[in-house]
Design a protein around this ligand. Structure first.
Ligand code: G6P
Length: 615
């Protein structure tokens, strides 16, 4: 949460930082700011609102030519979103500015001490405490900026990614991280520091992903020096070649990133399968599994930890992995798991699922499981992310950058990876017969085309959305593999359209939600042919007799549900374990069009952020 962009080099810094902040708005967008150093003075402009509001503010001020700037887009933790609490935060002397992503947990005691020493504070933020703490170290100990930051950070409890600038050191930026990501782009005599690599992708393909508890001293004209915050020792920088392209992070003619990402799913699933599913040869090549298959095959249990949409993918995994491997699977909200003293055995396999690879609760859950000796497998989308680095092994989804806050292609590709894992293990431990395995393999390779077919019904789904856009509540029902899809459908609707929506296992309707059904209540029922069809049809009858309005997701050629439902959205038939990849697509489109028709900002829904790096 919160996006950081800083530039130091030979180009005009302000436009680079502003453009970079726009790319990072998915991380938070309630307030924003920029500090610019023009060679003699440091100018800071901050505002509540989005980066476009900051641009408007900048336009009201004299143009600044500067080759150094630090910017921030915020998701508030300490202090309401307003101009004062926005970052950069400035130290009392005006010499230092800091942009920060994370939470300083002991800020209250540090602040008290700083006030005692004569510091004053104008904001409610923990960041203003941090910048003054650094200044205090400088004043007390007379050390260089890098060392002052290192000493200050060693007093801090919490999580941070920070960039610090001292106007008395105009050729230098100091960046540090613990728990929140930072990437450093290395250009020709110029450096970029950002929460991810997207702000600098058109300038350089070389980047250093700063390691946990590392601090970088970045000087123009010189190389980067990296030190460990704990003991100030030097660390060797590891420069990576970025695979991402500018095209990946642009809307490409779509109105919103979310729509683009929904339509990217056939390719994204194909990319997930590429080189891993060799269906003609009957082979799945997942080196992460091959090298560690004894850990999986000897596991008495698989635990899955995740948050949000990734947790829903975990629920699908529970059905699929148990079906394919007969290994018991438990799925946990990472946020609950981390605080409830979980029982973890050394022979457990823990699968952590995360699009961003940066979710604070999932990271904490992994660390707990690691301490107890479990083997940790990560399923991440963002290459080089924290989770991909702290797990024992894992598998990328290769969905490409997901920028819309509501997760779409990450979900379907996570389930694709899980399908590969299930098939690999099911074959290896003999749960799946040869013929069953081969059938599933062949079918998996047909999914991208089936997703394409569903996407072709876009216009009809848009029409259906018109009938439901004024709803205030909505219920989603599904059974078996489609139960997690119902939860995911409801989450998509509530997060982007602000319509209250609940997902339920269809049979649970009788234990409460049925009381809500009247002619005002839309009920989305996933009623595909495979998967307790007759039972779901009975549930539809029950809704119908209470005058609920029904939108059903049905298999191609269905007639029975069509006779009952107000609207039917068809999907191609598939084996039950693969249905979630298909049945979720019309629900994504339905939510998207309802939100657009309600005038909501689908890519940046209120109060949300894509990467939740605070607990
Ligand atoms: C946020 C995002 C969701 C995402 C969840 C978990 O809430 O808005 O889209 O599912 O975090 O994130 P992760 O990156 O761990 O999958």
């Amino acid at each position: 949460m919160c996006g950081i962009v800083a530039y130091i080099g030979n180009k005009q810094a302000q436009p680079i930082v502003i453009k970079g902040l726009k790319r990072l708005e998915y991380r938070g967008y309630d307030s924003t700011g920029i500090s610019i150093y023009n060679g003699s003075a440091l100018h800071t402009l901050k505002t509540k609102g989005k980066v476009s509001d900051l641009e408007a503010l900048i336009a009201q001020h004299p143009e600044q030519k500067a080759t150094l700037a630090l910017g921030h887009t915020r998701w508030a933790t300490h202090g309401v979103p307003n101009d004062t609490n926005a970052h950069p935060q400035t130290s009392n002397s005006g010499n230092l500015v800091v942009v920060h992503n994370g939470i300083i947990e002991n800020y209250a005691s540090l602040k008290k001490e700083l006030i005692h020493r004569g510091f004053t504070f104008s904001s409610d933020t923990d960041t203003e405490v941090l910048v003054n703490l650094i200044e205090d170290v400088q004043q007390q100990q007379g050390v260089k900026l890098g060392q002052a930051v290192q000493i200050a950070l060693s007093q801090v409890i919490g999580a941070y990614a920070i960039v610090v600038f001292d106007r008395r050191k105009p050729n230098e930026l100091v960046a540090a991280r613990l728990g929140s990501p930072l990437a450093i782009g290395i250009g020709e005599n110029e450096f970029f520091v950002a929460s991810d690599a997207t702000p600098f992708i058109e300038y350089t393909k070389e980047a250093i992903y700063l390691e946990e508890e590392h601090l970088a001293i970045i000087r123009v004209g010189k190389s980067i020096k990296i030190r460990k915050i704990k003991d100030d020792s030097l660390a060797e920088p590891y420069v990576e070649k970025l695979q991402m392209s500018l095209e990946n992070i642009q809307k490409g003619g779509y109105d919103h990133f979310m729509l683009k990402e929904i339509f990217e799913q056939p390719k994204a699933i194909q990319d997930t399968l590429r080189g891993r599913l060799l269906s003609d040869e009957g082979v799945i090549t997942l080196s992460s599994l091959r090298e560690h298959d004894n850990r999986f095959l000897n596991a008495k249990r698989i635990l899955i930890v995740a948050c949000g949409t990734s947790w829903h993918a975990g629920l699908v995994a529970e059905y699929l992995l148990e079906d394919f491997t007969r290994i018991p699977v438990e799925v946990e909200y990472a946020s609950e798991f981390r605080y409830r003293n979980p029982i973890i055995y050394p022979d457990d396999v823990v699968i952590a699922i995360s699009q961003s690879g940066e979710t604070a609760d999932t990271i904490a859950a992994i660390n707990i499981a690691k301490e107890k000796g479990a083997f940790i497998y990560g399923i991440c989308n963002v290459v080089g992310s924290t989770i991909s680095r702290i797990t024992d092994t894992g598998c990328y989804t290769h969905a490409g950058p997901e920028i819309g806050v509501a997760s779409t292609k990450a979900f379907t590709t996570q389930i694709t990876v899980i399908s590969l894992i299930g098939l690999y293990l099911g074959k290896a431990n003999g749960t799946l017969s040869r013929s069953q395995y081969q059938e599933y393999l062949t079918e998996l390779s047909t999914l991208p085309t089936k997703v394409e077919q569903i996407l072709a019904s876009q216009t009809f789904i848009e029409e259906v959305a018109t009938s439901f856009k004024t709803a205030q509540n909505c219920i989603y029902l599904g059974r078996g593999y489609n139960f997690p899809v119902a939860l995911e459908g409801a989450l998509k609707l509530k997060e982007i359209s602000y319509i209250h929506a609940e997902g339920y296992p269809a049979a649970e309707m009788k234990h409460g939600p049925i009381a809500l059904i009247d002619k005002e209540m839309p009920v989305v029922v996933i009623a595909t042919k495979k998967g307790y069809y007759d039972k779901v049809v009975s549930n539809i009858q029950e809704i119908k007799s209470r005058e609920g309005r029904i939108i059903a997701i049905v298999s191609e050629g269905d007639t029975q549900v069509k006779a009952l439902a107000d609207y039917c959205l068809e999907i191609p038939d598939a084996s039950e374990p693969f249905i979630p990849i298909l049945s979720t697509i019309p629900l994504q489109l339905l939510s998207y069009y309802i939100a657009v028709q309600r005038g909501c900002n689908v890519d940046q829904p209120r109060n949300l952020a894509k990467s939740v790096t605070v607990e």
